[in-house]
Write a protein that binds this ligand. Structure first.
Ligand code: PGA
Length: 257
C-alpha cells in the first residue's frame, strides 16, 4: 500500500520568523494524525532552522528547487549535497513556475531529477498542461513528453524509481481557485501510472502520484479518495496552520471512515 503524502509548497512566502511562528503551533494542530507523510517545502534560507524545528515531530523538510551539480561556479545556486547535509529529504523539481519564469525545460528537469535520486533525495516531479494545451486536447501528449523527458535514463534502477513522487499540477488550476475535477485528476493520474508501467512494469504501482492546483480542506478528499491519487501538493492552503492542518485532518478522517 502506498502511504498518503501531503506536501506544502510555500513558494516565496514566509520569513524565518514567520516559519518559526508556524512551527510553534502546527505540530500541535495535527497531533491526532498518523499514517500520513507530511512534507513542508520552505524557502532555502529557512530550511536549516526548519530541520531543527521538525525534530521530534512527524514532519519532513523539503526544498523547492536545486541545482544538479554537487558544487561549482553557479552563482546563486544550491546543490543536492548542501540540502542533504542539513537533513532535507524531499525536493520539488520542475514546478510550472520554474518552467515558466526561470526557463526550466525537460533537459534541465531531467538533470535535476537524476541528481536528486543519485544524492539520496526524493524528487517531487511536477507535470502539467497549460490552459491552451488542455483546450486543444493535448494534455496526454504534454504529460508524456514531460514525464519521459524527466526520466530519460534507460533504467534508474528499482530502488530509485520507487522513490520518485509525481505531482500532476495542471497549470490552469494553480493559484486560481479552480481545481481540476476529482474524476479528471484521477484519469490523468491513471494515465501517468500507465506511462510508468510501460517503462518499468509492476514497479509503477509503488510510485506515489499527487494532485496539485487549488487544493483546500473542502476539496482535498475529492482527490485523495481516488485509486491512483496518493496525496496532494498544496500551495496557498498550506500557508496558514489552521487551513493546512484542516486539510490533513480531512485526509486522515476520510481514511478511517
Ligand atoms: P495552489 O498551488 O495550491 O496555491 O494552487 C499549488 C502549487 O503550485 O504547487
Amino acid at each position: 500500500m502506498r502511504k498518503k503524502l501531503i506536501v506544502a509548497n510555500w513558494k516565496m512566502h514566509k520569513t524565518l520568523a514567520e516559519t518559526e511562528k508556524f512551527m510553534q503551533r502546527f505540530p500541535n494542530e495535527i497531533e491526532e494524525v498518523s499514517g500520513i507523510e507530511i512534507v513542508i517545502c520552505a524557502p532555502f534560507i529557512s530550511l536549516g532552522r526548519l530541520v531543527d524545528l521538525m525534530r521530534g515531530t512527524p514532519l519532513n523538510p523539503g526544498a523547492q528547487n536545486m541545482h544538479w551539480q554537487k558544487e561549482g561556479a553557479y552563482t546563486g545556486e544550491i546543490s543536492p549535497l548542501m540540502l542533504k547535509e542539513i537533513g532535507v529529504k524531499y525536493v520539488i523539481i520542475g514546478h510550472s513556475e520554474r518552467r515558466k519564469y526561470f526557463g526550466e525545460n525537460d533537459v534541465i528537469i531531467n538533470k535535476k531529477t537524476t541528481a536528486a535520486l543519485n544524492n539520496g533525495l526524493i524528487p517531487i516531479l511536477c507535470l502539467g498542461e497549460n490552459l491552451e494545451e488542455r483546450r486543444s486536447k493535448k494534455t496526454e501528449k504534454v504529460l508524456k513528453e514531460q514525464l519521459y523527458g524527466a526520466l530519460d535514463e534507460a533504467d534508474p534502477g528499482e530502488e530509485k524509481l520507487q522513490r520518485i513522487v509525481l505531482a500532476y499540477e495542471p497549470v490552469w488550476a494553480i493559484g486560481t481557485g479552480t481545481p481540476a475535477g476529482g474524476d479528471e485528476a484521477a484519469d490523468v493520474a491513471g494515465y501517468l501510472r500507465s506511462l510508468l508501467n510501460r517503462k518499468w512494469g509492476a514497479l509503477s504501482e509503488k510510485v506515489r502520484i499527487l494532485y496539485g492546483g487549488s487544493v483546500n480542506e473542502d476539496n482535498i478528499t475529492q482527490f485523495t479518495g481516488k485509486k491512483d491519487i496518493d496525496g496532494a501538493l498544496v500551495g496557498g492552503s498550506s500557508l496558514k496552520e489552521s487551513s493546512f492542518a484542516g486539510l490533513i485532518k480531512a485526509v486522515f478522517y476520510e481514511g478511517r471512515s
